[in-house]
Design a protein around this ligand. Sequence first.
Ligand code: COA
Length: 165
Amino acid sequence: MPLERTAIYPGTFDPVTNGHLDVVRRASRLFDRIVVAIGTHSGKRPVFTVPERLAHLRQICQGIPGVTVGSFDGLLTRAVRDFGAVAVIRGLRAVSDFEYEFQMALMNRELSPQCETVFLMPSPEYSFVSSTMIREIARFGGDISPFVPPEICEQLQRRLQEGTR
Ligand code: COA
């Protein structure tokens, strides 16, 4: 058993939101090391590249004790092993997240019996935030500043407005 307990917080993070950041902060109080890791969801076509999302995560996670960022290809269970993690962190925003998350957690445990998932609830003010909604609001020129770290706001607006020209 490693002395340092590492957890991996996987996601698409396209873009990372204040809700994700809230989960990272909560997780960092429970584990010695958190790896916030960008993975591939085969149904998603992200607006930002992996290097861009890594840069965003680095910017917003700097200063949170024990937090590093990374990415992985392929299965999450392999990333858990490669990063030496004892747990997977996932945020549960509402009951509607539960079914998908439950299925994913059980499948991951089926693939790798040591793979435990720890669910954390973000602050209620973020319970309705999703990356898809943020992209939609930004695409139509709405204000995303309450939901996204300031470093990312402008970049997202620029990127999406380039796409609509
Ligand atoms: N605040 C705001 N939004 C949050 C949130 C929070 N605290 N927690 C989740 N979300 C939102 C995200 O914004 C995202 O919204 P979107 O669907 O509109 O983009 C959604 O919830 C879920 O996204 P995310 O948490 O980024 O995860 P995901 O469902 O995209 O899963 C992986 C991505 C990488 C974890 C998953 O696909 C995976 O494990 N891939 C590797 C391949 C693999 O092993 N597959 C088998 C899995 S059983």
